[in-house]
Ligand binder design. Structure first.
Ligand SMILES: [Fe+2]
Length: 208
């Protein structure tokens, strides 16, 4: 399941959420991923303002998630945890200085607990999911892999890594428009599209 709900939040609600991020943001720093600004990579736990999103997700229960700010793309990963049962991701774009920012949600699924494929980087440590070596195509447990290179249409958003890193993947490029909600099964592999600027958003997990 993948859906984009357009224009769900008005500018006042976006502002309320951005203010909560600014108040709560802590640390930054995953050392080698930090660039000039110390807090370019920042995370924050959701506070009371998140009720704005909970109200739209009536019938669902929030089980996790955070605010984030970053200026370079996230590696391909999943966010599913077995202990939560079936959950969905609700990504809430709040701000971007890049009008072409995209979230790429692939059609391929990973059914085990969440991992991040570290591609050309060796293996990195992540707090909430396990960094693994290589690319999704190297893991036969990934459901739905093709035996073909990624399409040029999708690769235009992913050219921050070599084309062969995306071999076997197909998917959708979702625009990062503040006010929209991007909703998808969090067993789907997803990654940030190339980014020229910064993005601030919320990535939340809900259970039905
Ligand atoms: Fe994610």
């Amino acid at each position: 399941m993948k859906k984009v709900l357009k224009n769900v939040l008005d500018s006042e609600q976006i502002e309320t959420l951005l203010n909560e991020f600014e108040l709560n943001k802590f640390s930054a720093t995953k050392d080698d991923r930090v660039t000039e600004e110390v807090d370019t990579w920042a995370k924050a736990l959701p506070g009371p303002a998140i009720q704005i999103i909970n109200d739209f997700m009536y019938g669902y229960k929030k089980v996790g998630g955070n605010y984030y700010r970053h200026d370079s793309p996230y590696l391909p990963h999943t966010d599913h945890k077995h202990k939560w049962g079936n959950t969905i991701n609700v990504v809430v774009p709040l701000h971007s200085t890049d009008p072409n920012a995209k979230l790429i949600v692939f059609d391929q699924k990973w059914h085990k607990d969440s991992v991040t494929w570290c591609l050309h980087n060796g293996v990195w440590f992540f707090e909430y999911n396990t960094g693994v070596k290589g690319r999704p195509y190297d893991y036969k447990e990934v459901e739905g892999l093709t035996d073909e290179p990624i399409s040029d249409e999708l690769y235009q958003y992913l050219d921050w890594a070599d084309k062969k890193q995306w071999f076997g993947l197909t998917g959708d490029a979702m625009s990062f428009n503040p006010g929209d909600l991007l909703i998808f099964d969090n067993k789907y592999i997803h990654a940030t599209g190339k980014l020229d600027g910064i993005k601030i958003g919320l990535s939340l997990r809900y259970k039905s």
